[in-house]
Write a protein that binds this ligand. Structure first.
Ligand code: DGT
Ligand code: CA
Ligand code: CA
Ligand code: ZN
Length: 571
């Protein structure tokens, strides 16, 4: 069980207690616990199994929480959570997942209007009953309706990083199945799309019965939806559907091509095959004389052979969206897309000075362990009071600490940075003379996110124009499956960045991936450089960089387009 899963269980307990109007101190204890556990650097499961008493050493974990962690890890269940869930109707539980509603307000709506399902909630908002309740307004109704839409898609699409964990488990599960010759996860997963509708597994095997029988043993299957001769579909406890197909060796490459998609990419490819006198399907490339001809097998064993037969390079899966990949391929050799190993520094991270869990020294060690040669420490500025944001005085103290640390790390560059908030009224949260002393200034917007477009843009453009600002972080503020972007005109922001020679961040946190692929591609087109940053709040937080790389590849970015592939200082 991962720390994240353990934390999620306690978060849920907090939600349900809050819904039941329990003592706020109890609710807060679980919430704080969840936050601490999520960021804990070692495996909680391991600690709970080997030395449960050590759990008490974790800040914010008392006897009660420690016991519950041990129960959860050893039995896979938290009786308190199960009881709470049983006490609350399923439909009502769904209300808690609506972004912008929250347990407390869900409880009020449940009590006042008798709302017990998402459908009822939607109807109540649409018929404007919600605004009649004290503390709710027309704006709330709008927010709730938007939240319902997000909750509905969140139920249908899983974030890539979560799907990746399941894919790795599936691949490990099949490693011990002798019938399997090759196995690949195709579909949107292979294209690195930020969310995944379902997983498409392809297996090259002689004995499809043996493969499917082994598949059925995968832990976490809650239902077998279909089982045929070569195809089997299941649902997992995470609600993810997995389609498995068994194909013969001579068709594995063609099937991989076909089931990787995208559908739109495949439509173009089939048209191209036809123009060249071929037929293309999941079984291979066939030379045909006319439409009824079965054709003669030309390629299909390896995916690269399929593309080669059609006069194309092996287009990286991340580009297969029928955007610009065919145009690029026609123009000459495909550009080499950026890879994780290209990154040389990470320019956005937090420490214990604000809401991070590790010291500067620990963050340096984490960066060095990942082969990076520079980092910027970018804690929050004072406006972010929830995270104890830095005043000019505390920031200068941190910089003194950095001065003291620097000589200890020859060959490594430690930058004095700041993630400075853009204030609600516009303007930066720290005086210009302070920003002027920093090596690296990130501007970001954490408050007043619901302001109208004109105001949001005025704030962002003001930050871009500030001579001390280097970059705007997570420029749209969207949280995948959770929160819509703020009202930002991204093309206009990109134009301003181009004009002032500023950078834009591709925040690699799998919840954010902000800028996204389309906007990162637009930035490239407009000559604006990107920086891929972890926004790490712990040493392991740096591992998210690979998700940012995947999104960058989907944008067609090369090493050249991403500045933190270069040595510091950038010129
Ligand atoms: P998803 O699952 O919604 O995240 O997106 P995909 O791209 O994984 O789509 P999915 O699972 O429906 O199908 C996987 C791939 O199989 C898809 O990208 C292309 C191929 N494919 C599936 N059905 C069709 C179809 O009816 N026509 C064509 N041309 N390709 C298809
Ligand atoms: Ca799929
Ligand atoms: Ca599918
Ligand atoms: Zn940050």
């Amino acid at each position: 069980m991962t720390n994240r899963e353990i934390a999620a269980a306690f978060d849920q307990v907090a939600d349900l207690l809050e819904f039941q109007n329990a003592n706020p101190f109890r609710v807060r204890a679980y919430r704080n616990g969840a936050r601490v556990l999520k960021d804990y650097s070692a495996s909680l499961e391991l600690v709970a199994r080997t030395d449960p008493a050590a759990l008490l050493d974790i800040e914010g974990v008392g006897k009660d929480l420690a016991e519950k962690i041990t129960t959860l890890v050893t039995t896979g269940e938290l009786p308190q959570l199960t009881e709470l869930q049983a006490a609350i109707p399923t439909g009502v539980l769904a209300l808690l997942r609506v972004p912008g509603l929250g347990p407390k307000r869900a409880a009020i709506l449940h009590k006042e209007l008798g709302i017990q399902s998402l459908d009822m909630l939607k109807a109540a908002c649409e018929s404007q009953q919600v605004r009649g309740i004290k503390g709710f307004g027309a704006k709330t109704e709008e927010t709730i309706l938007a939240g319902i839409a997000i909750a509905a898609t969140a139920d249908q699409r899983m974030r890539w990083a979560e799907a990746d964990v399941i894919v790795q488990q599936l691949l490990a599960h099949f490693r011990v199945c002798d019938a399997v010759r090759q196995i690949e996860a195709a579909g949107s997963y292979r294209r690195g799309k930020e969310t995944i509708g379902d997983l498409d597994l392809l297996v090259d095997a002689s004995d499809s019965e043996a493969v499917m029988t082994h598949f059925a043993l995968f832990p976490g299957i809650t239902a077998v939806l279909a089982r045929g001769e070569t195809k089997m579909s299941v649902r997992l406890d995470t609600n993810l559907q997995v389609d498995l197909r068994v194909v013969p060796t001579e068709s594995f490459g063609a099937a991989l091509q076909y089931f990787t998609g995208s559908k739109e990419h495949n439509v173009v490819l089939r048209g191209r095959a036809k123009d060249k006198g071929f037929k293309l399907n999941e079984w291979g490339v066939f030379r045909v004389k006319n439409a009824d001809d079965e054709g003669e097998y030309v390629a299909g064993k390896a995916e690269a052979d399929v593309y080669a037969a059609l006069g194309l390079p092996n287009i990286p899966p991340e580009l297969r969206e029928a955007r610009r990949e065919y145009e690029l391929a026609a123009a000459g050799p495909l550009p080499r897309l950026i890879e994780v190993g290209d990154l040389r520094g990470d320019l956005h991270m937090h420490t214990t000075a604000t809401d991070g869990t590790a010291s500067i020294r620990e963050m340096i060690a984490a960066a060095q362990a990942r082969g990076l040669s520079y980092i910027a420490i970018t804690d929050h500025s004072q406006r972010v009071s929830m995270a104890r944001g830095l005043t000019p005085e505390r920031l200068r103290e941190q910089w003194q600490e950095i001065d003291r640390l620097r000589p200890e790390f020859p060959g490594f560059t430690l930058l004095k940075g700041i993630e400075c908030d853009i204030l609600e009224a516009g303007g930066m949260d720290l005086p210009d003379e302070v920003l002027a002393e920093a090596d690296w200034v990130i501007a970001s917007l954490h408050y007043g996110q619901n302001q109208p477009a004109a105001k949001i843009m005025e704030r962002l453009l003001g930050a871009i124009a500030n001579p001390h600002v280097d970059i705007v972080a997570h420029p749209t503020g969207r949280l995948i499956n959770r929160r819509e972007p703020y009202a930002v005109d991204v093309p206009e922001l990109i134009a301003a960045a181009a004009e002032h020679g500023k950078l834009l961040e591709l925040n690699a946190n799998p919840m954010r991936l902000d800028l996204d692929d389309v906007h990162s591609a637009l930035a490239k087109e407009r000559g604006v450089k990107i920086v891929i940053s972890s926004d790490a709040h712990s040493p392991d937080g740096m591992d998210v960089l690979r998700y940012g790389i995947l999104q960058a590849r989907r944008a067609g970015l090369t090493k050249d387009d991403v500045l933190n592939t270069r040595a510091w200082p950038f010129v």
